[in-house]
Write a protein that binds this ligand. Structure first.
Ligand SMILES: Nc1ncnc2c1ncn2[C@@H]1O[C@H](COP(=O)(O)OP(=O)(O)OP(=O)(O)O)[C@@H](O)[C@H]1O
Length: 467
């Protein structure tokens, strides 16, 4: 190690050694031994570091799964390093691990971590196999009724020592957690069985790889690579609907893997039988294993997800705000996350706590407040749900506080939110007199001024009914 003007200069061997040390910590001993230990340093020239794997298969694997990380770690060690080439150098030629570049004839075309280069034959590493999202683990997946089957099936596949159902086909609407579960499976296997080769990619990338292979007359490598994995996961398979030759190749890849008892996991936005533009034989094969759907979220699941995300992000969100969001943002989990991110970012920026008012203001586009008229029936239903009483109690003569108070709240809101007169409201509440309604309105106003939490509750109900 030498020092020049305060900058520590290390040899490239030392840099590579440290990069390897970091990688070992990150990927674990098993994966490191299988994939990275055999890789040797070749040279560093013009900002491009070259490393070599002993076989073409390993080269592709390292390029797909680790090269980008290696580039980042190396760049942190030495900012001159801009890209990493993974080449093939058979073991006997790579006896000298550093400095001397191998004879050009022994090297296969390099695979880069940079973006695709149009006239370069093989796949570029970043395009091959996707980087897994660190947040998408089973631990971070909130389970509820709508996704419990898909979650249980995904876990089974991830934890099983032998193939149980093949393929596992997960389907559901946009943003409901299919990709999250797929990544969850991949993370789990990577952690527990680093020696297993798991390949996850979107159907779009599969097609892209296939087209590249055709273009560069390298379909053998393509086939070899896809057929040598232990677990193949293809996300959003609907993408290849109507793409006949990609489907054909996918069908053969799929069959080859299933025949060898390798696990295949597929996701789509529809069930196999509903995948239009997909060949019948493929549709039928896709449905052979376990088909598990993810249903639209329920209020409870949305609330659970919000609580979990807020906890992970370590932000304080009042329960009322979470309830409000869970009631209002029902489209999918991605939108729910988006809303949560927006309000937490805002709160951090302006250093003000999150409130129901600020939330509503901030999300007005998402909430798309409609100024439609609310009906008394809707008010009764929503208030009854909120306080967990029967709708019938809105009309009944029962006077127990547990039902009388919600009834008063519903009367108050009916006065506030509808143009109905007091007698009309009274009639809708089991034929009560207008003075009873007047009394209810006064009582609720009084309670609101005395009891903050009661006031917030009523406010929450009012907002929810207005949107
Ligand atoms: N049950 C859940 N628990 C925690 N987070 C979830 C859950 N379901 C979905 N998410 C989150 O919602 C977001 C969208 O999920 P994901 O990308 O997996 O959806 P998808 O079904 O694959 O959508 P698409 O159809 O658009 O591909 C992700 O950030 C994911 O972490």
């Amino acid at each position: 190690m030498s020092s020049m003007g305060g900058v520590i200069i290390t040899s490239i061997e030392q840099q590579w050694g440290r990069v390897c040390g970091r990688l070992r910590e990150e990927v674990g001993e098993g994966a490191f031994k299988s994939w990275l230990r055999p890789v040797v340093l070749v040279d560093l020239e013009g900002g491009e570091a070259r490393i070599a794997a002993p076989t073409k298969f390993m080269r592709d694997w390292v390029a797909a799964h680790y090269a980008d990380r290696i580039r980042k770690l190396w760049h942190a060690e030495n900012p001159d390093v801009q890209s990493v080439d993974v080449i093939v150098v058979p073991d006997r030629l790579a006896a000298r691990p550093a400095a001397a570049p191998p004879a050009p004839a022994a090297t296969a075309p390099a695979t880069r971590t940079e973006s695709a280069m149009p006239d370069r034959p093989p796949e570029s590493a970043t395009d091959f196999g996707a980087i897994l999202d660190q947040r998408f683990t089973f631990d971070n997946f909130v389970v509820g009724k709508p996704n419990e089957l898909a979650h249980a099936a995904a876990r089974r596949v991830a934890e099983a020592n032998s193939v149980t159902f093949n393929p596992l086909f997960l389907y559901g609407g946009v943003g409901l957690g299919k990709t999250h579960l797929m990544h969850g499976i991949a993370w789990h296997i990577r952690q527990k069985h680093p020696e297993r080769r798991v390949l996850y990619m979107s159907a779009e990338k599969f097609m892209y790889q296939f087209i590249r292979a055709l273009r560069f007359k390298d379909t053998m490598t393509f086939k070899e690579l896809f057929r040598s994995v232990d677990v193949l996961m293809i996300d959003d398979v609907q993408f290849i609907s109507g793409k006949d030759s990609t489907q054909e190749e996918f069908f053969h890849t799929f069959n080859a893997l299933v025949d060898q008892n390798r696990q295949v996991v597929i996701s789509a936005d529809k069930s196999p039988s509903d995948l239009e533009g997909m060949e019948e034989r493929l549709r039928s094969r896709l449905g052979w294993g376990l088909v598990a759907d993810i249903h639209p979220t329920t209020y409870e699941l949305r609330l659970g997800i919000l609580q979990a995300k807020a906890e992970t992000a370590r932000v304080e969100i009042p329960a009322k705000v979470m309830e409000f969001l869970a009631h209002k943002i029902t489209s999918n989990v991605r939108e729910l996350e988006g809303a949560l991110n927006r309000i937490t970012a805002h709160a951090e920026l302006v250093h003000r706590p999150v409130t129901l008012e600020s939330t509503q203001e901030l999300l007005h586009d998402l909430l798309r407040a409609s100024d439609r008229r609310v009906t008394i029936d809707e008010i009764q239903k929503r208030v009854a749900e909120h306080y967990n009483i029967k709708i019938a109690d809105m009309h009944s003569a029962r006077r127990a506080r547990t039902v009388a108070r919600p009834r008063q709240v519903a009367m108050y809101l009916s006065k506030q939110l509808t143009p109905r007169s007091l007698p009309e409201i009274g009639r809708k509440f089991g034929g009560r007199d207008h003075t009873t309604v007047m009394h209810a309105v006064k009582k609720v106003e009084e309670l609101c001024s005395e009891d903050r939490s009661f006031a917030e509750d009523v406010e929450l109900l009012r907002r929810m009914l207005q949107i």
